[in-house]
Design a protein around this ligand. Structure first.
Ligand code: PLP
Length: 490
């Protein structure tokens, strides 16, 4: 392609995206295709001769779009949002066009240094303090720092490797881990990525202690955590890491990080905070409480701008207070990566901050988003999602057929069918699922489910960048109609 041809085709793709965004609200949110339908329709033959972009776009329209569940749909309320945005797409496009690979500082200094600067500023804006920054407030080098990972799952895995490195005095990387000796803690509501991290690190799933939560708020019970740690220590085991969650996947519960941090400090245990979804809410002063305790007590922290913060997937921001544990766990320098900048010790080589070697220029996308919206724009977006969830909670509260399953948190509302004289808990639970399935099958909106104390509930997660107040009302109307169909007498 000549530069002119590329320019023309790029315009065509941007036009396609703009049209898609404009019309996505008219499509069914949840893809209606049967398993295998897309694979059967798509011609996977690699052509011998080049084909036109027109031919590719025609196939996207005809064969792929019907097989998409539309995450950017204004009535996508199922999982936490994975927001794209104009700024996110354009920043990502720039990064793809530049095509730099930032495994070492030397392979593209701007890739590393922009990431350091952006993550320092974001850490401050989130209230993590300069303890997690590459450069302290006084301009001196910090002991910690931030890095962009692909996902929170990778960040949590990385945190566990750093914690293990510290707990074993470096033996985990040389000798591996002794089975049954090391333990990890989180609430029963923790994301499954923690178990996966334990599996991948060689600790094994059984090393993970899932601690009880408060039956209503679903927050980790700190007394139970303390007892679990003390019992393991008494039995000769070594607690390695506690994960606190700021915004659990099920109901959005925010664990008491400060109280958990006091326990971890007393026992010398690494405190990792998984704030994948909710952490970014701290950009709003009135929601800064979600990150309370992190600046003083956490060892590592992750939040995902690729969820609520308008940064096209993937972009997960991860910080550590002491980078030496992380780099100690992961650094490896084969001959072909040696270079004078690395040897000077004056630069950060991000290859040592995560499992993989190669890395994209994700900071450019995040920087574009942060600058294009500004704090005021980002806050307006976060507040809109929170206000929409408050409206959902109000509607649920006012409807005798429904009850909250847990307290609403920020943009998430969890509710179920209320049991009553005529409707036992078992039947109410069945209907909870059925109402959700019917709304989803209608294509009007997409909701998901969770479970607390063995009882299912519907999750309604607000925060989509294209969602307006009218989308909440429209989805509620569909839910109300479905409830009336299922419960004609109530
Ligand atoms: N932690 C929490 C609390 C989550 O809700 C999620 C995903 O929704 C994750 C971790 C995993 O995020 P990722 O897909 O970035 O690995």
């Amino acid at each position: 392609l000549s530069a002119e041809q590329f320019r023309a085709q790029a315009h065509q793709v941007v036009d396609w995206i703009a049209d898609y965004w404009e019309s996505v609200g008219e499509r069914p949110v949840l893809s209606q295709v049967e398993p295998g339908a897309v694979a059967a329709a798509v011609d996977g033959t690699i052509p011998d001769q080049p084909e036109s972009l027109d031919a590719v776009l025609a196939d996207v329209d005809q064969h792929l779009v019907p097989g998409l569940t539309h995450w950017q749909h204004p009535r996508f309320f199922a999982y936490f949002p994975a927001n794209s945005s104009p700024a996110g797409v354009l920043g990502d496009l720039l990064s793809s066009g530049i095509g730099a690979q930032g495994m070492l500082w030397a392979t593209s200094p701007a890739v590393t240094e922009l990431e350091q600067v952006v993550l320092d500023q974001l850490a401050r804006a989130l209230g993590l303090s300069d303890a997690f920054c590459h450069l302290r407030d006084d301009g001196s080098p910090g002991a910690g720092g931030g890095v962009i990972q692909d996902t929170a799952s990778t960040a949590t895995f990385t945190a566990l490797l750093a914690a293990l490195h510290r707990a074993t005095g470096g033996r985990a990387r040389t000798e591996g881990v002794e089975q049954g000796r090391y333990t990890v803690y989180a609430s029963t509501q923790a994301h499954s990525s923690l178990q996966k991290a334990a599996m991948m690190s060689g600790l094994g799933e059984r090393a993970v202690r899932l601690v009880d939560v408060d039956p209503w708020t679903q927050q980790l019970d700190v007394d139970r955590l303390r007892e679990a740690i003390e019992a393991d220590v008494a039995a000769g085991r070594v607690p390695v890491m506690v994960q606190a969650c700021v915004g659990t996947t099920g109901t959005g519960a925010v664990d008491p990080v400060a109280a958990i941090g006091e326990v971890t400090r007393r026992h010398g245990v690494w405190l990792h905070v998984d704030a994948a979804w909710a952490g970014v809410a701290a950009l709003c002063p009135e929601h800064a409480w979600v990150n309370e305790g992190v600046a003083e007590l956490a060892d590592s922290y992750v939040t995902n701008p690729h969820k609520w913060l308008l940064t096209t997937f993937d972009c997960s921001t991860f910080w550590v207070r002491d980078r030496s544990a992380l780099v100690g766990a992961l650094s490896i320098l084969p001959e072909y990566l040696r270079n004078p900048a690395t040897e000077s010790g004056a630069v950060v080589d991000y290859r040592d901050w995560h499992p993989q070697l190669g890395r994209r220029f994700r900071a450019l996308k995040l920087w574009t988003v942060l600058r294009s919206y500004g704090l005021s724009g980002l806050r307006a977006h976060l507040r809109a999602g929170i206000a929409q969830a408050a409206r959902v909670a109000e509607l649920v509260d006012a409807d005798p057929r429904l009850e909250l399953a847990a307290p609403p948190v920020l943009g998430l509302v969890s509710f179920r069918l209320a049991s009553s004289d005529g409707l036992g808990a078992g039947r109410a639970d069945q209907l909870t699922r059925e109402v959700m399935d019917r709304v989803n099958a209608s294509g009007a909106a997409y909701l998901s489910h969770g479970q607390v104390a063995g009882r299912p509930f519907v999750r309604w997660a607000c925060g989509g960048w294209r969602t307006g107040a009218e989308d909440v009302e429209q989805t509620w109307a569909e839910l109300d109609r479905t409830l009336t169909e299922l419960l004609p007498t109530r």
